[in-house]
Structures are given as structure tokens and as C-alpha cells.
Write a new protein. Structure first.
Length: 173
């Protein structure tokens, strides 16, 4: 009697390798019963991994492009703001320079020298400087009101005001 196949006849559970169904672990087909399915599953998993890697790479590329575009827009905006700030600083300094020169003049020469000062500063600063002077009286004292407008472009302009009263020492100069 052959004892190797008795389990099939009696209905007993097969002994041997649990996953493959082969009794002998050293058998040449041991471990290969489900091998095709197992490797196919691994191949499918590898395909999934490659697919998810492609999706991750595409998402990373989109994020990189988005970040690059945002940085370029930021750099452009910073350049525009920097140019505006430089222009505003230039016209502010030009207007303050005009007021400083007017304050340094003797009171009697302020009105006649304002156009010369305006032209000189306009040429130096490469911006339009307009100086207007208005005489006024307050408490029986004569004064002058300076209005200095400096303009580099339509968007960059500054207007400064200053006042000066005539003093008794100014008449001697």
C-alpha cells in the first residue's frame, strides 16, 4: 500500500507546505504553485509605484513652476516698488534742497531768486522743481510762504511747504 496519497482518499487534510500544497519543501515545484500570482502582484505593485512616482514628479514639477512664477512676480513687484521709492526719495531731496537754499538767502532776495534755484535743482536732480513764493503778514510781521513742488513722473511727486518771517537783521544783509 502506498502511504503517500492516503490523505486524498480518506479526506484528511493535506500535510506539507501550506502555501504551495507540495508536501516536500525540497521538491522542485515547492513554493511555485502561487508563484505566478505572487509575481504578477509584485509587477502590478511595481507599476503602481512607477505610476505614483510619475504623479508625484508631475505634482512636484507643477509646484516648482508655481513657486518660480510667484518668485518672478515678487521680484518684478519689488523692482517696481524700489524704482518708485528711489524716485520719491529723489524728488523729496530736491524739494528739501530748494527749501534749504531759499532759507539761506536774505529775505529781500527770496522772491527774485526762486526761479534760479528751481532751474538749478531741476537740472541737477533730473526732475521738475517748481518754487512759488507768497508774501503774507501776520501780527504786523512780513513773511514768505514757500511752496516747492518736485515731480519726476505722474506717479511720483512731492509738495513741501515752508515759512520764513522777515527779521530786523535781514535788512542789513
Amino acid at each position: 500500500m502506498d502511504l503517500r496519497n492516503t490523505h486524498r482518499q480518506t479526506g484528511h487534510r493535506q500535510t506539507g507546505h501550506r502555501q504551495t500544497g507540495h508536501r516536500q519543501t525540497g521538491h522542485r515545484y515547492a513554493g511555485r504553485r502561487y508563484a505566478g500570482r505572487r509575481y504578477a502582484g509584485r509587477r502590478q505593485s511595481a507599476r503602481r509605484k512607477r505610476g505614483s512616482l510619475l504623479v508625484e514628479a508631475a505634482i512636484s514639477a507643477v509646484l516648482l513652476v508655481t513657486a518660480t512664477v510667484a518668485l518672478l512676480k515678487f521680484a518684478k513687484a519689488m523692482k517696481v516698488l524700489n524704482e518708485q521709492a528711489n524716485g520719491r526719495l529723489a524728488v523729496t531731496l530736491a524739494a528739501q534742497n530748494a527749501i534749504g537754499r531759499l532759507q539761506a538767502l536774505p529775505f529781500a532776495l527770496i522772491d527774485s531768486s526762486s526761479d534760479e534755484i528751481s532751474k538749478a535743482i531741476s537740472e541737477t536732480c533730473q526732475c521738475d522743481v517748481d518754487v512759488k513764493t507768497e508774501l503774507f503778514e501776520s501780527n504786523q510781521r512780513t513773511g514768505v510762504h514757500f511752496v516747492v513742488r518736485a515731480k519726476q513722473s505722474d506717479s511720483v511727486s512731492v509738495t513741501l511747504h515752508d515759512w520764513r518771517f522777515e527779521t530786523t537783521g535781514d535788512d542789513d544783509e
